[in-house]
Design a binder for this molecule. Structure first.
Ligand code: KMT
Ligand code: NI
Length: 178
């Protein structure tokens, strides 16, 4: 998956928002933020490979999410808006992309810059609990992803505020990345 600094220019969130020339983000930069990723090509073996990662990391439950007008119906516009509000979760956000594409934006610490991660089929992305992030579809307007959970999914997005800055999971995250 490709990662680069977001240009912060106003305009459609679904556009790449890449600087010209692009400002690439090295894999080590994401690792230092505890953002983990794998690429497991969608082929005959991908289910076994995803299951192996799930087993190793203790992800016991899963479902699929289809983010598209067809997949979400009436809640589509509201969901799209909600996904793009800067937020954190008290648990990891784990996605394995089955089809389509989109952008996860994660906040770099301490710069507070947005890093845009372009995901495509076969990408498995783990956002750690406590990281500030958001999601948008790209211009293709469709993504299908497997959502993996450790136990009971804790989906609640906590939009960034003074309260989330003091959240124990947020503070734990900052401690972990040093
Ligand atoms: C989320 O929590 O932001 C999402 O589930 C986005 C869609 S998954 C590709
Ligand atoms: Ni989220």
């Amino acid at each position: 998956m490709r990662a680069y600094y977001y240009d912060n220019l106003p305009g459609d969130q679904r556009l790449p928002h890449d600087y010209a020339p692009t400002r690439p983000v090295a894999p080590e930069t994401l690792t230092a933020l505890n953002v983990l990723s794998w690429h497991i090509p969608i082929d005959e073996g991908h289910k076994d490979a995803v299951n192996a990662v799930a087993k190793e990391r203790g992800y016991k439950n899963r479902d699929t999410i289809n983010v598209s007008k067809e997949g979400m119906g009436e809640v589509y516009e509201a969901k799209i808006k909600g996904f793009f509000e800067e937020h954190m979760h008290e648990d990891e956000e784990i996605r394995y992309i089955l089809s389509g594409s989109g952008f996860f934006d994660v906040r770099e610490t301490p710069s507070d810059a947005w890093i845009r991660v372009a995901v495509e089929p076969g990408d498995l992305l783990v956002l750690p609990a406590g990281i500030y992030h958001r999601f948008t579809l790209d211009e293709k307007n469709q993504i299908k992803a497997l959502r993996l959970f450790q136990d009971e999914p804790k989906w609640v997005p906590h939009n960034r505020s003074n309260a989330t800055d003091a959240n124990v999971h947020r503070l734990g995250y900052l401690r972990e990345i040093g």
